[in-house]
Design a protein around this ligand. Structure first.
Ligand code: PLP
Length: 226
């Protein structure tokens, strides 16, 4: 045995990676609150997709880590902060208003790039979680053509914080049905990502059709803050 403390759970990573590969799903390693060395350790195993939920933290980490990392923004995003991540962000998973989408487009134009996004849908019972309701989602889907520099790639959602697996399954299922309304419509050829599932519920999410899961604590250990 070696005596070097490795802060990432390598066997968990290999196991989860295999479960996801079997279903062609993407693992986003949620590295929020975790140090650079932990991200680098997972990077050294070949991992490239990492998720953060605070702008300052993501910007600071991006500067110190290899440039080929795909940075996923998964937290609530304020419009005045978009410009800070616009030059490098790979996928903004948490778009929850047309105004935010419009600002992302503006910054994408400024940096001469296209920014990929997911629309975050509110599926949980808790009022506190962010996200669009079904009507707001449809409104954005039918009016986003004015933003050629953003690509709406799919949907993201978080299930309720509950031990009741049936509630979680039902919420993910609802998101899947919404997703299918657009992914099957032909009108949205870019629609290919359904991001749902975290450490405690990713297997349920995969069974309900997730193409992308966001996992933190199973890989990096528990955190003090969310
Ligand atoms: C923190 C976070 C995750 C990961 O949570 P874990 O329970 O640690 O896997 C996933 N998605 C979002 C939006 C998060 O904020």
């Amino acid at each position: 045995m070696n005596h070097i403390t490795v802060a990432i759970d390598r066997p968990a990573y290999q196991r989860i990676k295999q479960e996801l590969d079997e279903r062609n799903a993407l693992l986003v390693a949620v590295s929020k609150t975790k140090p650079i060395a932990d991200i680098q350790a997972l990077y050294d195993l070949g991992h490239r997709d990492f998720g953060e939920n605070y702008v300052q933290e993501m910007v600071a980490k991006q500067k110190q880590l290899p440039p080929d990392i795909h940075w996923h923004f998964i937290g609530h995003l304020q419009r005045n902060k978009v410009k800070e991540i616009a030059p490098f962000v790979h996928l903004i998973q948490s778009v929850d208003s047309l105004k935010l989408l419009s600002e992302i487009h503006k910054q994408a134009v400024k940096y001469s790039r296209t920014i990929a996004v997911l629309l975050q849908v509110h599926i949980a019972r808790e009022e506190t979680k962010f996200g669009l309701d079904e009507e707001e989602l449809k409104e954005i889907m039918y009016s986003h053509s004015g933003f050629p520099n953003v690509e709406i790639k799919g949907l993201m959602g978080m299930a309720s914080l509950t031990a009741d697996r049936n509630v979680i399954r039902e919420e993910f299922h609802r998101l899947r049905v919404l997703y299918d309304q657009f992914s099957g419509a032909g009108q949205y050829p870019l629609f290919s990502a359904l991001s749902m599932g975290m450490s405690s519920d990713y297997l349920i999410a995969l069974n309900e059709g997730a193409t992308m899961v966001r996992i933190g604590s199973l890989l990096f250990g528990a955190r003090e803050r969310q």
